[in-house]
Design a protein around this ligand. Structure first.
Ligand code: UDP
Length: 457
């Protein structure tokens, strides 16, 4: 979802601002959230096409890293992509692939199309991928992972081990990062979901012709923030009514992304901390799991007031006047845009981060997997629009007192107010970047012009 949502937004923008006809191919899945996403209205000239489901169970070991799995799925989908493109009445001018889809460049080559990558996250992430692909992987594993030394990324913020990219822990994934990095350098350009002012020095570093010994010769196009745009009418009636009754900026919204989960112990501490804060909340709840990435909802057993058995007994009754619990999936972009919401406790997925910024909502950063710790570091240290909980080193969980304190601080203290002011400025800055003549608007216009030029030669 974190990739598909901004890809659809990019498609919409290319149709509405630059008069493209766009076809989005995605690998079929019956995940409920994808089904609901695909039901949202799309403009004329934007087609969304599911590639047939591919069964990769016979091709990989069950415990293969997620990055490798994604690359294998994308590779196995190439034959159907090729035949769909071959059958198109008008041959497309350009192929824009996701980070994991660069193998499809061979198809673009075959059909004489331009090749772009859309990296749905930020410039710092891109710099880390390039930097790690330029290093000997033993250097990363020995120095960064085992020695826990920061990776010094030329021209950018260093990557401290505590915030490191999950995939750098694993030798196979380091290989995959190298593969992705190398493929990207063979494109006609790299689009990133960020904007010039937000990450100016990192973007400048990436654009320097001598960066990493001249590794990246391709143009970098910051075209964001592309976030899900939908009217408030999508908000469920009960959620809307509840939010409408709350004072302005009084509610903290809690969600761990499209698949994030907490451990059972952490979940209990979390629930107590939230309750003790006595601040208004909306919490998107999923059953606990020891694997932070991904669980699919079963509410499980409940007690008398409907509280699921993985939350403290009686939680629903005690919090009925202050909170709303939504199982599994909520219309996040709509909730964050409601004036009653004044804080977001988030797993720091990049889409969630952008949705928070574009709605002027400060964050409590609770990263779980992938590049989320990097995002959390950037939000707290560089942008100063988030706080990050202290983890108890003995138990490796965040205690209820810490959670209570952070929520209170975010929703009431001077520190929370200061973050609110900064994030509201960023919101305006983001709007400026996307407006006609703004940096992101111009970046995408440049891509459009290159396509037009390609069409004419
Ligand atoms: N999302 C949502 N409702 C939920 C959970 C997630 O609408 O209950 C959306 C969220 O608004 C965001 C995307 O799913 O657009 C999640 O992307 P993100 O990059 O934040 O994290 P990921 O889930 O990919 O780790």
């Amino acid at each position: 979802m974190g990739h598909l949502i901004p890809i659809i937004e990019l498609g919409k923008r290319m149709v509405s601002h630059h008069e493209f006809h766009v076809t989005i191919f995605f690998v079929a899945s019956d995940h409920a959230s994808i089904t609901s996403l695909l039901k949202s209205p799309t403009p004329h000239n934007l087609d969304i096409v599911a590639l047939p489901f591919v069964d990769i169970s016979g091709l990989i070991e069950p415990n293969t890293h997620l990055v490798t799995k994604l690359l294998v799925i994308m590779r196995e989908s190439l034959p159907s992509l090729r035949s769909l493109i071959a059958a198109m009445k008008i041959r497309p001018t350009a192929l824009i692939v996701d980070l994991f889809g660069a193998d499809a460049f061979e198809i673009a080559q075959e059909f004489g199309m331009l090749k772009y990558v859309f990296v749905t996250t930020n410039a710092w992430f891109l710099a880390v991928i390039f930097h790690s692909s330029s290093l000997d992987k033993q250097v990363i594993l020995e120095g960064h992972v085992k020695g826990q030394k920061p990776l010094k990324i030329p021209g950018c913020k260093s990557l401290f081990f505590k915030d490191t990219l999950e995939s750098l822990h694993d030798i196979d994934s380091v290989d995959e990062s190298e593969f992705i990095g190398t493929k990207m350098t063979k494109s006609n350009g790299i689009l990133i979901n960020t904007w010039q002012d937000l990450e100016s020095s990192t973007i400048e570093a990436l654009r320097d012709n001598n960066y990493l010994g001249g590794l990246i010769k391709v143009p970098i196009y910051p075209i964001g923030p592309l976030v899900r745009q939908e009217g408030k009418q999508v908000l469920d009636k009960q959620v809307k009514q509840w939010l409408d009754k709350q004072p302005i900026e009084s509610v903290i919204y809690v969600s761990f992304g499209s698949g994030g989960t907490l451990s059972a112990k952490q979940m209990t501490e979390f629930a107590w901390g939230l309750e003790q804060s006595q601040r208004k909340f909306i919490w998107v709840v999923r059953p606990p799991s020891n694997n932070a990435l991904g669980s699919y909802f079963t509410i499980g057993k409940t007690d008398g007031d409907g509280t699921p058995d993985y939350l403290p007994q009686g939680f629903f009754t005690r919090t009925k006047d202050i909170g709303l619990v939504i199982p599994m999936w909520a219309p996040q972009a709509q909730i964050l845009s409601h004036p009653s919401v004044g804080g977001f406790l988030s797993h720091c997925g990049w889409n969630s981060t952008l949705e928070s910024i574009t709605n002027g909502v400060p964050m409590i950063a609770w990263p779980l997997y992938a590049e989320q710790k990097m995002n959390a570091a950037m939000l707290t240290e560089d942008f100063e629009i988030a706080v990050r909980p202290k983890v108890s080193t003995t138990e490796e969980i965040v205690g209820r007192g810490e959670i209570e304190g952070m929520v209170r601080m975010m929703m009431a203290d001077k520190e929370g107010l200061a973050m609110k002011n900064i994030v509201k400025e960023l919101k305006q800055n983001a709007e400026k970047a996307l407006d006609k003549g703004g940096s992101s608007y111009n970046s995408l216009s440049q891509v459009a012009q290159d396509c037009l030029h390609h069409l004419q030669v």
